[in-house]
Design a protein around this ligand. Structure first.
Ligand code: COA
Length: 193
C-alpha cells in the first residue's frame, strides 16, 4: 500500500482567501490551546482572530509568511519592519507571531519560515533581527539558537501565566556587522560648521 506523504510548503502571503483565513484562525486557536507563545492565553472568538489577521495584512510594516501542509494554512511568522518615524532603530526588524499548529509540527516548516524571514530581512538591508520568547517555549528556543540567534537578556517578569511570572528571553541575530557609512548631511543655509 502506498503511504501518502504530507506536502509542506512556506510562502509570503499578501492576502488570504476565506478558506485560508479559516485555516489560519483554526491553527491559531489550536496553538493557543496547546500553550503557544505569542500573547494570547485563551482562545478569542473566531471574529476576534479574523480581525487580528486582517489587521496584520493591512499594516504596511508587517510581512506575513504562512506554512501550509497539503495546501492548508497551518502556521505563520511575521517580519515586522520599524515604522518610518523610528529612524534610530531602522537597522533592526522583529520576528513575531511564529507558530505551527501542534498536529502539523515536525515537517521542517518552522525552519523554512525562519529562513524566508531572514532572507527577506537581509534583502531589505536590515542589520539584525530581534525577537523575544517565553522561557517555556523550548522547541522555539532550540530552533532560534540553532539558527544563530544570541540571547542577550532575560526579563524575569516577561509574562503572567496562570498567576505566575514567566521569564522571557531576548534574542538577536546579526545579519551584517556594521552599518554602511552614511553620506554627509548637507550643510544647512546659514549654519556654520
Ligand atoms: C517552535 C515551533 C514553531 C517549531 O515548529 P516545528 O514544525 O516543530 O518546526 P520544524 O519541524 O521546522 O523544526 C525546526 C526546529 O525546531 C526545533 N524543535 C522542534 N521540535 C522540538 C522539540 N520538541 N524539542 C526541541 N527542539 C525542537 C529543532 O531545532 C528543529 O530543528 P531540527 O529539525 O533541525 O532538529 C513550534 O514548536 C511551535 O509552534 N511552538 C509554539 C509557538 C512558539 O513557541 N513560538 C515562538 C514564539 S517567538
Amino acid at each position: 500500500m502506498n503511504e501518502i506523504t504530507p506536502q509542506p510548503s512556506v510562502e509570503k502571503a499578501e492576502s488570504l482567501t476565506e478558506q485560508e483565513m479559516d485555516d489560519l484562525c483554526a491553527a491559531t486557536a489550536e496553538a493557543i490551546e496547546f500553550g503557544n507563545g505569542f500573547g494570547w492565553l485563551k482562545v478569542p472568538q473566531r471574529q476576534g482572530l479574523e480581525r487580528f489577521w486582517r489587521g496584520v495584512l493591512l499594516v504596511p510594516e508587517r510581512e506575513l509568511y504562512v506554512a501550509r501542509l497539503d495546501g492548508h494554512v497551518v502556521g505563520s511568522c511575521q517580519l515586522l519592519r520599524p515604522p518610518p518615524n523610528n529612524e534610530a532603530q531602522r537597522h533592526a526588524a522583529v520576528l513575531t507571531t511564529f507558530f505551527i499548529a501542534p498536529w502539523a509540527r515536525g515537517h521542517g516548516m518552522a525552519r523554512e519560515l525562519l529562513a524566508k524571514v531572514e532572507a527577506s530581512a537581509r534583502e531589505q538591508g536590515y542589520l539584525q533581527i530581534d525577537l523575544d520568547v517565553r522561557e517555556t517555549q523550548k522547541a522555539a528556543i532550540e530552533m532560534f539558537e540553532h539558527a544563530g540567534f544570541v540571547r542577550w537578556a532575560v526579563k524575569p517578569r516577561y509574562a503572567v501565566v496562570e498567576g505566575r511570572f514567566i521569564a522571557g528571553y531576548f534574542y538577536s541575530k546579526e545579519l551584517q556587522a556594521a552599518p554602511a557609512p552614511e553620506p554627509a548631511l548637507p550643510e544647512r543655509a546659514g549654519v556654520q560648521a
